[in-house]
Design a protein around this ligand. Sequence first.
Ligand code: G16
Length: 544
Amino acid sequence: MNLEIVNCTPYTDQKPGTSGLRKSVKQFQRPDYLQTYIQAIFNTLEDREGSTLILGGDGRYFNREAIQIILRMASANGIGHVFVGKAGILSTPAASHLIRKKQALGGIILSASHNPGGPDGDFGVKFNVSNGGPASETFTDTVYQNACVVEQYRIRPIKPIPLDKEGVYDLFGMKIEVIDSVQDYMELMESIFDFDKIGQLLQSDSFKMRFDAMHAVTGPYAKRIFEQRLGAPEGTVFHAQPLANFGGGHPDPNQAHAKELMNQLYTNQGIAFGAASDGDGDRNMILGNHFFVTPSDSLAVLAANATLVPGYKQGIAGIARSMPTSQAPDLVAQKLGVPYFETPTGWKFFGNLLDAGQITLCGEESFGTSSNHIREKDGVWAVLFWLNLLAEKQDSVENIVRQHWAEYGRNYYSRHDYEAISSASGNIIMEHLRQQLATLAGTMIRGKMIRAADDFSYTDPVDGSVSEHQGIRILFEDGSRLIFRLSGTGTQGATLRVYLEQYEADVANHDQDTQEVLSDLIEIAEALGKVKELSGREAPDVIT
Ligand code: G16
């Protein structure tokens, strides 16, 4: 009854990348493009009958239409119960939490994360499984195989469900609950952090903070938590209104894209703490006054000080970082005597370690940090963690980081991105590097001895699964590293990322310019990768 079975032609380009299926909005608007992919997900979920799903997105262009289509398809595919964020809004971390809290079979999160939005921007669909984390490669491979052969999809031909107020609806036996997008997530944060202490800090006249929500999903979360619940003055959170095109901006919290925030922190306005989050709320950038904290250092500092936060006062079980992330967190783990892990890029690789209780904290150089409270990276969580440390230590961001370097040494670190080069150039550069791997170890280049070189492969310590070709690593005797990999989240051509890291133990040398310190490595990268010659680019597009 009221069920349509629609014949469709499968698309063969629906292979998910690092984080779900990301394509331009225009591609998603091709006939039945979203429908075939959603049907492929449902076909992969063999135990979906009567199950619970979480549904929401980052508010970008096409979010609302997509939610209506998915609700109608969910009902037609036997789903029993769907929780949807009000106005279709759910941050990725909030969705991860709800999946766990509601014991859902999984969640569909509509986001292309930090990629620009709007009719000419990008859209994306992620599926997270019952532990709250991104689906494994095995799952997404099956979705892809199903998408390549799907010839029919199931849908209910009904009018749109009102999403702008909380309420409960029945869709032919499927219950839909439109819920407050922020409340459950805020309660989780209250259970981890010392809200009284953070509140005192945010309400004191001597402390000023700015949070740039980049017209993306964290606006409502940050307003409710920092301003309304913790009492920070109104205006602390700016760009707070989620907009379908992110106000024309690029919702990526880094020095290049959060320009207004950088400007506020790097002029004399007396702002002690700055932070930003991305399109779907899982990334974070942390700033002190005139001071940028690299995401790798941020993870290391949080780990070293975790016991100051109520939720981690018992200590941490271990730390994991993605391979290109600097080795700063490893040094903390060694000192604490806890295990540490190096995983491929992509949050999904942390899931097993978190589920098995082998780690408590994890993070990536790509502005992602989180813990075992959910199975995603979490922007607002990272900001609250820093606020909790600042409230406990009564010190500045810069001093906290400098003291950390004094104790552990400084891992000078930078990432150079060559965006939207042709896929052919990207592959040629990687292949050119791959061909040199066998002969690099033991050679000296620009006065630096190469200890080892490989194409990173990871064997999951929990389930034994192997992930190969996860990036070219060139490791030097002095601990420096040079890494090349192609981004898995771009939608145009290829984006080449070159990651550079050099360790400096001596505190007398901790005040140097990062790019200068890394200049030898930058030259070596060019000598080995021939990036300029093979890509036709004179310089990186973005340096973080
Ligand atoms: C996604 C993943 C992250 C990963 C990042 C890397 O981030 O969730 O775990 O570090 O991609 O991106 P790339 O492959 O472009 O280097 P997000 O925030 O886009 O979901």
